[in-house]
Design a protein around this ligand. Structure first.
Ligand code: IPM
Ligand code: MG
Length: 359
């Protein structure tokens, strides 16, 4: 394996958080002699400014030859008014789809050092460790037909299509079952099978796969409205949640917020061979861009996920996670996770603190 990484800084706080993560990557690469190489590319608004489109050919070529991609975040008000089909977010959807990154892993972990940060009572969230497995290249995000059309009476009508083939459901359910087998052994599949046929098939397919191949996994099902409620009522009942693209988008933000610190959460989007794109769960936060106040830890932890899932370098991945733990133990905090008695630092300083903690 060539071990080559494409780094896409993106927009807003993207370049700042990625710069901090790149420093960590450089140090770990040397310390553990990982032999990784990397280059930078453009995605989202930055690519629109340079090439007129959010996922230009040149980025696509870079992405195809890379083994892994590290992404900051894309989007911002600057590009909100341009035509929908070439907005920054479309670049993100295009790269996910082109590279077949169908399995989106979004862990929601409450760091004990940050227990105060949650809006829920400590006893409800302490020790929280959920993994959301979101299908990322299908469903209503990509279903055809879609658009805004004009009806005969002159009124406009918007429409989208939610579609899932059995094979798409099976491959994401398999990822969820396999990962659950490595942790709590429980999978909750989230659907709206009481209303939507597409999720009725989802439920049947997930159940059939479990019965055929994963007898040891404990499988449950929830309608998405109930799942949203259970996540704030008793989140620790969950181990792995598997769901479609749209429900996963919504529930993963909710789960992230349970930890009180969306600035801490990394994510991985994987294809069938372990190639992946790694990015923080949070957005590009244009309102705080360029001020050296953004929290780079989610991006730094995304580097750890990259080492674990694509490059199979568990020791180096763990070293990064431990370094982040140490920095939190030292009371070092960016503004978003600040609490009484802690030391407030900026993006650059936080990156340096993690590097220092790596020893
Ligand atoms: C996410 C984001 C994206 C999504 C947007 C930016 C297109 O919300 O990664 O969760 O909806 O998938
Ligand atoms: Mg989202």
């Amino acid at each position: 394996m060539s071990k080559h990484i494409l780094i896409l800084d993106g927009d807003g706080i993207g370049p700042e958080i990625v710069a901090a993560a790149e420093k960590v990557l450089r140090v770990v690469n040397d310390q553990y002699q990982l032999g990784l190489t990397w280059e930078h590319g453009l995605l989202g608004g930055a690519a629109i400014d340079a090439h007129g489109e959010p996922y230009p050919q040149i980025t696509s070529e870079q992405a195809q030859k890379a083994d892994a991609i590290l992404l900051g975040a894309v989007g911002g008000p600057k590009w909100d008014s341009i035509e929908r089909s070439i907005r920054p977010e479309r670049g993100l959807l295009k790269i996910r789809s082109e590279l077949n990154l169908f399995a989106n892993l979004r862990p929601a972990i409450l760091y004990p050092q940050l227990a105060d940060a949650s809006s829920l009572k400590p006893e409800i969230v302490s020790g929280l460790d959920i993994l959301i497995v979101r299908e990322l290249t299908g469903g209503i995000y990509f279903g055809q037909p879609r658009g805004i059309r004009e009806l005969e009476n002159g009124e406009k009508q918007g429409y989208n299509t939610d579609v899932y083939a059995e094979s798409e459901i099976k491959r994401i359910a398999k990822v969820a079952f396999e990962l659950a087998g490595l942790r709590g052994g429980k999978v909750c599949s989230v659907d709206k099978a009481n209303v939507l046929e597409v999720t009725e098939l989802w439920k049947q397919t997930v159940t059939a796969l479990k019965d055929a191949e994963y007898p040891e996994i404990q499988l449950s099902h929830l309608y998405v409205d109930n799942a949203a409620m259970q996540l704030v009522r008793a989140p620790k009942q969950f181990d792995v949640i598997v769901t479609g693209n749209l429900f996963g988008d919504i529930l993963s933000d909710e789960a992230a917020m349970l930890t009180g610190s969306i600035g801490m959460l990394p994510s991985a989007s994987l294809d069938e061979n372990g190639k992946g794109m790694y990015e923080p769960c949070h957005g590009s936060a244009p309102d705080i861009a360029g001020q050296n106040i953004a929290n780079p830890l989610a991006t730094i932890l995304s580097v750890a996920m990259m080492l674990r899932y694509t490059f199979r370098e568990e020791t180096a991945a763990k070293a990064i996670e431990d370094a982040v733990g140490k920095v939190l133990d030292q009371g070092i905090r960016t503004a978003d996770i600040l609490s009484d008695g802690m030391t407030k630092v900026g993006t650059v300083e936080m990156g340096k603190a993690v590097v220092a903690a790596l020893g």
